[in-house]
Design a protein around this ligand. Structure first.
Ligand code: GLU
Length: 275
């Protein structure tokens, strides 16, 4: 049975780009008689706001989307992430990193504009501890050497995984006992997600997720990275485009099911297009 999910971070209000992603994930499961799950990715304690969770649920209902079972909150799942982290640590694949963002930015001048800089590995060989706050990073070269070549299915295509391109990513943050990469991989497996439908902006993250699946003996879902709704400048729809939030549309009396039908039919509001 197909199991898909929508996994928003409650850090702000949803807009049409999120609606598009939720509709695609929902329809993939529902059209096949499968299950559609809702997961709230709220491990980022500084940016997540509980009040957004109800708004997200109201938005989905307004669009005519229903989900199965109870809503999973990642903030309730911290012991599972800690267990996965322990396992990777016992495999000798994690190290503490004390670098600040500024230090990393200064040491990685080659980061493409807007992208997270690839960590230069400063703390990898460090023997001494420090009182400074630390995160846990994966030693990517060592991890890749353990699992060998990997691939995943993306729509109709087979994608060879290239985890080293991401560098030694963070698996447990300074302020949270997991990172997005770890939490999403552990939860997709735990919830039995067979099909991950999400925007193409998360395509690169899948190289890391595929590696973590191999290391933690977790199944690999079928991925479907979809095109994004973009503004006139060709950039992914964001607050700065002035696009109304779903909540604002709902509150002003717009019919959400009609919006969903329009998106399904490829009709996007003026000024927007799909990439
Ligand atoms: N929580 C992520 C976001 O809102 C999406 C996670 C995913 O679909 O893998 O961008």
């Amino acid at each position: 049975m197909i199991v898909s999910r929508f996994a928003p971070s409650p850090t702000g209000r949803l807009h049409l780009g999120h609606a598009w992603s939720a509709i695609l994930a929902h329809d993939l499961a529902r059209d096949a008689g499968g299950r559609f799950l809702l997961r709230i990715e709220d491990i980022d304690g500084t940016r997540s706001r509980p009040e957004h969770v109800q708004t997200i649920m109201d938005d989905l209902t307004w669009l005519g989307l229903s989900w199965d079972g109870s809503v999973v909150h990642q903030s309730d799942r911290l012991p599972a992430y800690a267990a996965a982290l322990d396992r990777l640590r016992e495999m000798g694949l994690l190290y503490r990193c004390y670098c600040t963002r500024a230090e990393i930015a200064a040491a990685s001048l080659s980061a493409p504009h807007g992208a997270e800089p690839v960590y230069p590995g400063t703390c990898r060989e460090r023997q001494d501890g420090s009182d400074r706050p630390s995160c846990w990073r994966i030693d990517m070269a060592r991890a890749v050497a353990q699992v060998g070549a990997l691939a995943w299915q993306d729509g109709e295509r087979t994608i060879p995984a290239d985890p080293p391109s991401a560098g030694d990513v963070v698996l447990a943050r300074k302020d949270a006992p997991a990172s997005y990469h770890l939490a999403v991989t552990v939860d997709d497996a735990w919830q039995g997600v067979t099909d991950v439908v999400r925007g193409r902006d998360l395509f690169a993250a899948t190289h890391v997720h595929r590696l973590l699946q191999a290391l933690l003996d977790l199944p690999t879902p079928h991925y479907h990275h979809h095109g994004l709704l973009a503004g006139e400048d060709g950039q992914r729809l964001a607050k700065r485009h002035g696009a109304p939030t779903l909540a604002a549309m709902r509150e002003s009396g717009v019919n959400g099911r009609a919006i969903a039908a329009d998106l399904r039919a490829g009709r996007v509001p003026n000024g927007l297009h799909t990439t």
